[in-house]
Design a protein around this ligand. Structure first.
Ligand SMILES: Cc1cc2nc3c(=O)[nH]c(=O)nc-3n(C[C@H](O)[C@H](O)[C@H](O)COP(=O)(O)O)c2cc1C
Length: 366
C-alpha cells in the first residue's frame, strides 16, 4: 500500500511525498491582481508539501472577480509572481499555477464588464466584491468568437505561468466556474457544438486543455474537477456519466494527473449526497489521481490504501499549519484555521500560524 511519504511523479513533477497543498484563494494580491511579497513568505512556509497548487489565478480581467486575488495576464503580474515562485523553489518546494476563469460568478463592479458564461444564466449566490457581497446580474452567453478568444487567454496565462517560473499549471475546472458552467446541463443550454450532448459540453474543456498543452506540454498540465455535487447552482443531471466521459477525454489528451474535490455527506466544505465519481474515472484514466476534501493524515493514508487515489490534497489544514507535513510525520496536533482571516489582507491568519518548532522555542523560554 502506498504511503503518504512515498515519492510520486506527476508528469514532469517529482514529488518527495504525496501530501499536496490544495489551491486556496487568500486575497493577498493587489487590486490589479499583482502578487505581493508576503505571498512568497506564505508559500515558502509550506514548501515541504509534495507540490503546492497555487490559489486560483485569473487568466483575464473578465474572468477574475475575487477581491485581491492574483492574475497572470499582465506583465506586472508575471513580475510579481517571479519572487513568489522563486521563494518556494529556494525553500526546496514545487508550485503549479491554478488558472481560473470565474465565468458568470464575476461581479461587474470588479471586472467592469458583464459576466459571461456558456449560456445566459445567473449565478444564484452573492458575489464577493470590494463593496461586500452583492447579487450577480445575468451573464452574457459567449459567442464562438468569444470562446476562441478565451481559449487563447488560457494559453496566454499558461505561457505567463511558465515565464514566472511555475513548474506547471492546473486548469481550474471545478466548483461551478466557467469550465464547469460549460460541462453541466443546468448551466449549459447551448445548441451549438459546445452544448447539448456530453461530447459537446466537454468540448470547451478539451479545447482549453489542448491549447494549454501546446504551450506547456502535457507533462506540465493538469486539471481540477469537482465531479459530485453542485456548487453555485452549477449542477448536472448525470454527473457520473459526464465526468467519466471527461476522464476518458483527459486520458486521450495524455493529461498526467487530475485533482478531484469529492466531498461526502458529512463534509464541512460543500457536503453532498452524490456518490464520488472517482472510482468510475479511475477505470478510464491511467494518470495519477489526487483526491481532496476533509482529509487528515490518518484518513488520507487510509484513502491511499483503497487504490483510487495516488496522492491526497489538503486545503484548510495547510492554511493553519505551515508545517503540516511534519505534523503528519510526527503525529503532532494541528492548529485550527481562523475562518475570519481566510480572505482578509495582511499577515494575520496568513503567515503567522505557528510551526511546531516555534512552540518548542516558546516552551524552552517558559
Ligand atoms: C479559504 C479557501 C479558499 C479556497 N480557494 C480555492 C481555490 O482558489 N481554488 C480551488 O479549486 N478550490 C479552492 N478552495 C477549496 C479547497 O481547495 C478544498 O477543496 C477545500 O478546502 C476542501 O478541502 P479541505 O477539507 O482539505 O480543506 C478553497 C477553500 C477554502 C477554505
Amino acid at each position: 500500500m502506498p504511503d503518504l511519504f512515498d515519492p510520486i511523479t506527476l508528469g514532469a513533477l517529482r514529488l518527495p511525498n504525496r501530501i499536496v497543498m490544495a489551491p486556496l484563494t487568500r486575497g493577498r494580491a493587489t487590486r490589479a491582481g499583482v502578487p505581493t511579497p508576503i505571498m512568497g513568505e506564505y508559500y515558502a512556509q509550506r514548501a515541504t508539501s509534495g507540490v503546492i497548487i497555487s490559489e486560483a489565478t485569473g487568466i483575464s480581467r473578465e474572468g477574475l472577480g475575487w477581491p485581491y486575488a492574483p492574475g497572470l495576464w499582465s506583465e506586472a503580474q508575471v513580475e510579481g509572481w517571479k519572487p513568489v515562485v522563486a521563494a518556494v523553489h529556494a525553500a526546496g518546494g514545487r508550485i503549479v499555477a491554478q488558472l481560473w476563469h470565474m465565468g458568470r460568478l464575476v461581479h461587474p463592479s470588479v471586472s467592469e464588464m458583464q459576466p459571461i458564461s456558456a449560456s445566459a444564466t445567473t449565478g444564484p449566490a452573492l458575489a464577493h466584491t470590494y463593496d461586500g457581497k452583492q447579487p450577480l446580474p445575468e451573464a452574457r452567453a459567449v459567442s464562438t468568437d468569444d470562446i476562441a478568444r478565451i481559449i487563447g487567454e488560457y494559453a496566454g496565462a499558461a505561457r505567463n505561468a511558465i515565464a514566472a517560473g511555475f513548474d506547471g499549471v492546473q486548469i481550474h475546472g471545478a466548483n461551478g466556474y466557467l469550465i464547469d458552467q460549460f460541462l453541466r446541463d443546468a448551466t449549459n443550454l447551448r445548441e451549438d457544438a459546445y452544448g447539448g450532448m456530453i461530447a459537446n459540453r466537454l468540448r470547451f474543456l478539451s479545447d482549453v486543455m489542448q491549447a494549454v498543452i501546446a504551450v506547456t506540454g502535457a507533462a506540465r498540465t493538469a486539471i481540477r474537477l469537482s465531479p459530485n455535487g453542485a456548487v453555485n447552482g452549477c449542477h448536472d443531471s448525470d454527473g457520473m456519466r459526464l465526468f467519466t466521459a471527461v476522464a476518458a477525454e483527459l486520458e486521450a489528451l495524455g493529461v498526467p494527473w487530475i485533482e478531484l474535490r469529492e466531498p461526502g455527506p458529512q463534509s464541512s466544505f460543500r457536503a453532498t449526497d452524490e456518490a464520488p465519481v472517482s472510482p468510475e474515472m479511475r477505470k478510464v484514466f491511467s494518470g495519477k489521481i489526487v483526491l481532496n476534501s476533509d482529509y487528515d493524515g490518518a484518513s488520507g493514508q487510509a484513502k491511499l490504501g483503497e487504490g483510487v487515489a495516488d496522492a491526497i490534497s489538503f486545503g484548510r489544514p495547510f492554511i493553519a499549519n505551515p508545517d503540516f507535513v511534519e505534523r503528519i510525520r510526527t503525529g503532532a496536533g494541528l492548529n485550527a484555521p481562523d475562518v475570519a482571516t481566510f480572505y482578509s489582507q495582511g499577515p494575520q491568519g496568513y503567515t503567522d500560524y505557528p510551526k511546531l518548532t516555534d512552540a518548542r522555542r516558546i516552551g524552552a523560554w517558559t
